[in-house]
Structures are given as C-alpha cells and as structure tokens.
Design a protein around this ligand. Structure first.
Ligand code: E4P
Length: 217
C-alpha cells in the first residue's frame, strides 16, 4: 500500500523524508494556505526534501484553465500528481491531462456515480474522504469497498487513495483489505509508531540492563 503524508509543513515533510519507504506528500489548498511561501515555492521545497510523489491541487475553476494549470504544476515536481475536483470541469481537465500522460487524482469523491465516471475516464487515483464521510454518518469504509468493486468491474486501473483518515485503526483496516493507497495527517502518522506496551517493555529492558552486573559500557 502506498502511504502519503497530508502536509506542507517543512518540519513534518523533513520527518517524513527520514522514512524512505513513504511514497510522498499530498497537499490541498487548505494545507498550502497555512504556509508563508508562494504556492510554487512550497511544492518545489517539498519536492527537494522528499524522494517521492508530490500531490498538488489546481485552484482554477474551468476545464481549460484547470488543464493549463495542471500542465504547469506538473513541471513543479519531478513526480507530480495533479489533483482536480470531482466535478464536470475537473473530470474534463483530468481526462485531457491523462492524454498528456500526467498522473491525475480526482479529489472530494463522495458518491459512487463519481467513482464510475472517474474509473471510466482512467484517472490515476480517486480520493474518497473517508473521515469526512464518517463525520456525516456515511460509512466511509463501506463506500470504498463498493468503489473497489466498481473499479474492478469496470476493468479500470484507477487506484483508490483513502483520504481524510482520522486514526491508525483505519489505516490498518485499509492495509489489511488490500487498498492501493492512503494519506494521513502528521498526528495520525505519529500515532502509528506508538504503543504503551512497547514503552513499558523497553523501560523494563532498560532497567534490567542497568542492573546487570557484568554489562560492558
Ligand atoms: C486528501 O487529499 C485531503 O487533502 C485530505 O485527506 C483531507 O483531510 P481532512 O478531512 O483531514 O482535511
């Protein structure tokens, strides 16, 4: 399963870079708006820091301008994924970008009919917002199970990236169920490392080692 961090914060991106197995960084306009640099500089800084895909969302609103912006953004990072909103204009721009061999993601996926169209258009990734669905009692995990069935039935290569993840438990379930990718905010990623039993066990080892008479320094 591909794993991404959903952030543009320099410290968090640097932390992610320490773990070479991570697949990259996802961003969105809200995440970018927290930074003090120009949009392009943020993306280029992330691209210099990590070795992986950098996801960058268009801010234009009609198909032609989204397409042009997507083509330009594709130059900002070595392995860019261009995010487009799942609407009529976004899907048209995505289809045109795919024809130029640009990797594209349809974001803000909330309905199965959107999944059918995105799979048919051959987009690289779709982002169902699992956490936000759960916030509205829309059962995010049931949704992506059905989305996976649709993609399979349409013989599409479109990958599902579980987005808006709120807990390590959801990441574990997506990994177990064989999903393609997941993106999570930094606090969720940090939690994935920790177990109080690991801390307790390590403390025990440390104390026993300290009391060992013949230990060498
Ligand atoms: C994914 O592409 C989105 O940027 C992200 O996962 C949204 O998460 P949020 O609901 O925590 O803002």
């Amino acid at each position: 399963m591909e794993i991404y961090l959903d952030t543009a914060n320099d410290e968090e991106v640097k932390f992610a870079a320490r773990y070479g197995f991570l697949d990259g960084i996802t961003t969105n306009p809200s995440i970018i708006s927290r930074e003090k640099e120009e949009f392009q500089q943020v993306i280029q800084r992330i691209d210099r820091t990590i070795d992986g895909k950098v996801w960058c969302q268009v801010t234009e609103e009609n198909a032609e301008t989204m397409y042009k912006q997507g083509l330009e953004m594709n130059q900002w990072a070595k392995n860019a994924v261009i995010k487009l909103p799942m609407n009529e204009n976004g899907l048209e721009a995505a289809y045109r970008l795919r024809q130029e061999h640009v990797e594209v993601n349809m974001t803000l996926i909330y309905s199965l009919s959107q999944v059918v169209l995105a799979a048919k258009a051959g987009v690289t990734y779709i982002s169902p917002y699992i956490g936000r669905m759960d916030d509205h009692v829309l059962d995010g995990q049931l949704f992506i199970r059905k989305a996976k069935e649709i993609i399979h039935a349409c013989h599409s290569d479109t990958k599902i990236i579980g987005a808006s993840i709120r807990s390590p438990q959801v990441v574990v379930e997506l990994a177990r169920d064989g999903y393609d990718a997941v993106t999570m905010a930094f606090p969720v990623y940090k939690k994935m490392f920790h177990s109080s039993l690991t801390v307790e066990g390590l403390e025990q080892f440390h104390n026993d080692w300290a009391s060992y008479e013949h230990r060498s320094l």
